[in-house]
Design a protein around this ligand. Structure first.
Ligand SMILES: NC(=O)c1ccc[n+]([C@@H]2O[C@H](COP(=O)([O-])OP(=O)(O)OC[C@H]3O[C@@H](n4cnc5c(N)ncnc54)[C@H](OP(=O)(O)O)[C@@H]3O)[C@@H](O)[C@H]2O)c1
Length: 290
């Protein structure tokens, strides 16, 4: 049995479908089974639980030989945070998996480190370190930003004006990867035991700025209107004002500033030499198939 924590999410859904298509037994851990309704045709088991509670993680682990963690605490649902989900929730998953002698495949993020200015990256690193020290077989997959997520966000913010919102100047080059390429890698390392004890980094074929991403989206959508920009000082003000009342929204503002200022480029690695069958989807192809 393969337990996919985060199987209801954007990446998790694709992982679950790929594993189920191989006729592997899959169990999805979710806080609310309604969020897995779209997976019904895939015939997977669903168990309700919260990774922040050790007891619900233990309950989900019965009969499990592999755990895939595709969770994060950066969202708006249920007072989560990177500390409570990415660090502590993953700690619960890893500890329970180690007790069950199960393999863990952990989703992390390119650039995760103990010193990173964003707590998400620090908490992912803490989870990686806990996993490496756990004694249970492991594989870590670090990905760059998911192109589909950011294209959807640009599309949503375009609204009736047809002008997508860009946080900051939008000139910083960033690596965006197709979430389906990441799912293909996760599927591969789940079924390939030679990938244990290794950390794989996956990114897209090109680094592009938000201005370029938005321009590509506009062309694909047949729109000509220029994007709107939220200036960096406004993002800083929002982060400061929202911090005490709406910490997740403040965190998103800090992440927006980071995406406008930090080096988020990625140079392709040896990944495709190791796994030549893995897709490397271009932005044009992502846009063509949305
Ligand atoms: N998005 C990106 O650009 C990006 C880039 C690099 C790496 N990643 C990593 O890739 C993975 C998937 O990201 P995504 O964007 O596809 O995620 P997503 O669609 O936002 O889904 C997040 C998932 O986390 C689960 N989750 C959150 N808190 C939970 C809790 N307390 N207990 C149990 N489950 C919980 C949610 O499950 P329920 O709501 O059903 O409970 C949901 O399935 C994450 O590990 C993320 O850090 C993402």
């Amino acid at each position: 049995m393969i337990l996919v924590a985060g199987g209801s999410g954007r990446l998790g859904t694709l992982i679950v479908r790929r594993l189920a298509a191989r006729s592997l037994c899959v169990r999805v851990l979710t806080r609310d089974r309604k969020r897995t309704a779209h997976l019904e045709p895939d015939g997977v088991e669903v168990i309700e639980g919260d990774v922040r509670e050790r007891s619900s993680v233990d309950g989900a682990m019965v009969g499990v030989s592999t755990v895939v963690s595709a969770i994060h605490g950066f969202g708006d649902i249920g007072h989560v945070s990177p500390a409570s989900v990415d660090r502590d929730g993953n700690r619960n998953l890893v500890t329970a998996a180690a007790a069950a002698k199960a393999t863990v495949v952990l989703m992390s993020i390119v650039g995760a480190s103990a010193e990173h200015p964003l707590d998400l990256f620090r908490m992912k690193y803490a989870a990686e370190q806990h996993l490496r020290a756990s004694g249970t077989p492991w594989t870590i997959v670090r990905a760059t930003a998911f192109a589909e997520f950011w294209l959807d966000l640009l599309d949503q913010t375009a609204g009736p004006s047809g002008r997508p919102v860009i946080f900051g100047r939008g000139i910083n080059p960033i690596n965006f990867v197709s979430v389906s390429d990441v799912a293909a890698l996760v599927e591969r390392v789940v079924v390939d035991s030679s990938a244990r004890g290794e950390t794989f980094e996956i990114g897209g074929p090109k680094n592009v700025s938000f201005n370029e991403l938005a321009a590509s989206l506009q062309r694909a959508a047949g729109r000509t209107a220029p994007p709107r920009h939220i200036p960096r000082p406004m993002l800083r003000l929002l982060a400061a004002v929202l911090g005490p009342v709406w910490p997740n929204r403040a965190r998103q503002m800090r992440a927006a500033i980071a995406m406008d200022t930090l080096d988020l480029t990625f140079a392709s690695t040896s990944l495709h030499r190791r796994f030549p069958e893995l897709p490397e989807t271009s932005l044009a192809d992502i846009l063509a198939h949305r």
